[in-house]
Ligand binder design. Sequence first.
Ligand code: MTE
Length: 327
Amino acid sequence: MSPSLRSLRTALRIPATEIADEAVWRQRRRLLAGLGALPALGLSGCAEAEPPPPAREPPGREEVAAGFSTDEALTREADVTSYNNFYEFGTGKADPSRAAKTLRTSPWHVEVSGECAKPGRVSFDDLLRGFLPEERVYRLRCVEGWSMVIPWLGVPLAQVLRRFEPTSKAKFVAFTTLADREQMPGLRYRSIDWPYREGLRIDEAMHPLTLLATGLYGKPLPQQNGAPLRLVVPWKYGFKSIKSIVAIRFVERMPPTAWNDLQPREYGFFANVNPAVDHPRWSQASERRISGSEGRLFADRIPTRPFNGYAEQVAGLYAGMDLRRWY
Ligand code: MTE
């Protein structure tokens, strides 16, 4: 199968034998519509009754090898969307799913600036125009010691960034979340120096694993998960995966970031998952995987892996760096 057909099939979870099946075709249109990709492809939506989603296809060997998928059990959608960190909507895990309903995700614009040939303020649709969403099943490891396995939909960040033609001076990329007191009740509290800010080195931003996510579980991102678009950097602690992005800036120097500003000894700029470097207040050697069957949020502890299990794909980015110092 050609790589493009394979990635389309993967993105839409269509078994090869069912490419022409009508139910699958409808499912595919629903997915694309949900992601705002229909205008990009010059198609229009339809309002037919929806068939149930097809059963999940086991990941192919190349997808697992590239880190794009895993055969570990998925965290239930109900848990992915109700156990969240999104401090703009409160610091409790259940706060965002209740409070983030006030976040207006359309229209949405992103300001792209700094060291690039084509800066500008672009709409969500223009930012993603022409790109086909891909499914990526990634582990998410929070610095707090819990983890999930989430089927995201999105576009490799590299593809989107290239559109703005970063110059050779673009050594880092800085990201900013919306900060609107009207929509985000958590901004009343100075838990963080708002707006929430994060950053990546340019090679990390351009790595094929780094995803600009627009959906999960085959649907558009819910507000509490960072709608309409967020980063997912699976080998780093979850706080690097900044939500509801409104600004992207190419910069020459390492940008200040929200958690690092607040507590540099506890939250490094690189924040690569590392079981050998404890958080000053707790061990990072293991994690509680939220794989939850009904009524039981956490499964047992499992060992945490270097780079969250993505060492094969990303360890080379840090060759020669002291990973204890640059946590
Ligand atoms: N982005 C913003 N803007 N605000 C936040 O509070 N929390 C981070 C990250 N992105 C956060 C954020 C943390 S600590 C984690 S673990 C992940 O989002 C959680 O993502 P999830 O709620 O979708 O699981």
